[in-house]
Ligand binder design. Structure first.
Ligand code: TYD
Ligand code: ZN
Length: 416
């Protein structure tokens, strides 16, 4: 297939429409979650992965993005509920909303955007809270519905917000986790949120945080689905035109460093002092300066060189190296660095629908976890580094048997 790329906004910021140009290219990239059956390798789809920073509004974004139908479809290979840590995280998020925002409210109504398989909404359902999930990927939405979680399969926008408000009334809380950064039409969603939220409602969302990505050179957060990498600065500016004010921020350790943003109709809530503190930290980190991204580009290039030097050395020593976790993020690392099946024998992953498939672009086989456990490799390349604590605890036996981890965030290293 020809590398047909939807040229997003003709070189304009998706939020404020200022002209923007990419500060680097990660090269020709496949769809990050596009795990292939062996008979599908010929027709693989590629696009050029080019991040840009808008100097006018501070939004970090992809200049071009493939057609959403190619990324979020009936066979979307991402089920939220595979990690135990993430399950606990979303349970805590739900309980925080119930115990704080909903305290003292009569029959609150919660709407979650991108509710996936219901990993968070099930905790509202279990407490008898009126809820609605909006999830465009039909297969994961079906899983949620089969568990009694009210879910509609649709993309959220102003029109859908009108419809939900007419049918079910305004929302006390609108939530989104690892979803807002996927939606190219941010102004469209903001208009929908403005429409659906009650006057005393809150909009809370969390996504990978730009400050962590820059500090750790975790460039693998950049892939087709992540059209934005947010900061408090860019979020505050993007929602202000819709009457939504940033009233709180809360750092999260999920996804390698995330931020939870709370927004509310302007003037309806007191603004936490954490907001101004975070904005000051971002200014000190230079997140609003174009030069920061040129340094980031140099850091990415250095990281790539160091990783390939390590993998090249292990290959020449004929060591067995296996990838751990066929993450979306790994697609950027593998294809940007030029990792091949010669470097990495296979990738171990616990997600059944990824097993037996080939990784996007480089076509490294993905195998069930049992293949890793039954014959430990010499080295495991930690692609699921965002779950490092959980994984390294679980895999003490691998290290005890002499195995070593190859990591690349925040720096390339071999660790035990
Ligand atoms: P995820 O953390 O969602 O990262 P991304 O957003 O980049 O896809 O994906 C984690 C992947 O790693 C998922 O495919 C499941 C897999 N995995 C394992 O194989 N073993 C594990 O112990 C954990 C925690 C994850
Ligand atoms: Zn802009």
């Amino acid at each position: 297939m020809s590398p047909k790329v939807k040229s997003a906004n003709n070189g304009h910021c998706r939020v404020c429409s200022a002209r923007i140009t990419p500060f680097m290219s990660f090269g020709r990239m496949p769809i990050a979650n596009g795990f292939l059956r062996p008979d599908q390798t010929e027709n693989e789809y590629f696009f050029e992965l080019t991040p840009a920073f808008c100097e006018a509004c501070g939004m970090f974004q992809l200049l071009e993005q493939p057609d959403p139908q190619k990324m979020f479809h009936e066979q979307y290979a991402f089920y939220s509920s595979t990690s135990h840590y993430m399950q606990a995280h979303f349970e805590a998020f739900a309980h925080a909303v119930i115990n704080t925002v909903f305290a003292g409210r009569d029959e609150p109504f919660v709407v979650e955007l991108g509710s996936n398989d219901g990993i968070m909404l099930r905790h509202f359902k279990d407490r008898g809270v009126r809820h609605l999930g909006v999830e465009p990927s039909a297969n994961v939405a079906d899983v949620a519905r089969s568990q009694g979680i009210s879910t509609i399969s649709a993309f959220f926008d102003r029109g859908l917000a009108d419809q939900i408000a007419a049918d079910q009334g305004g929302a006390d809380a609108i939530l989104a986790a690892n979803v807002m950064c996927h939606i190219p039409d941010l102004p469209g969603v903001a208009a929908g949120v403005q429409r659906l939220l009650k006057a005393d409602g809150v909009f809370m969302f969390e996504d990978p945080y730009l400050g962590d990505m820059i500090a750790k050179t975790s460039y693998d957060q950049i892939y087709d689905e992540h059209v934005f990498i947010f900061s408090a600065t860019s979020v505050q500016r993007a929602f202000a035109p819709f009457g939504l004010e940033l009233v709180d921020v809360m750092p999260q350790i999920t996804h390698g460093g995330s931020m939870r943003y709370t927004l509310a109709p302007k003037g309806s809530r007191q603004v936490s002092k954490k907001v101004s503190e975070q904005l000051a930290k971002e200014a000190a980190l230079g997140l609003d300066q174009a030069e920061t991204y040129l340094q980031f580009r140099a850091n990415c290039e250095n990281s790539r060189a160091a990783l390939m030097q390590t993998l090249g050395r292990l290959r020449s020593q004929q060591k067995r190296v296996v990838g751990y976790g066929a993450t979306s993020k790994s697609t950027t690392v593998i294809n940007y660095c030029g990792i091949t099946p010669e470097h990495v024998e296979f990738i171990s992953d616990t997600t059944p629908i990824k097993q037996g498939r080939l990784s996007p672009g480089a076509h490294i086989p993905v195998k069930a976890y049992g293949e890793f456990a039954k014959r430990y490799p010499d080295y495991a390349l930690l692609f699921a580094w965002n779950h490092a604590a959980e994984i390294r605890e679980k895999e003490a036996g691998f290290v005890a048997a002499g195995g070593r981890w190859v990591v690349y965030v925040p720096e390339v290293a071999i660790v035990s």
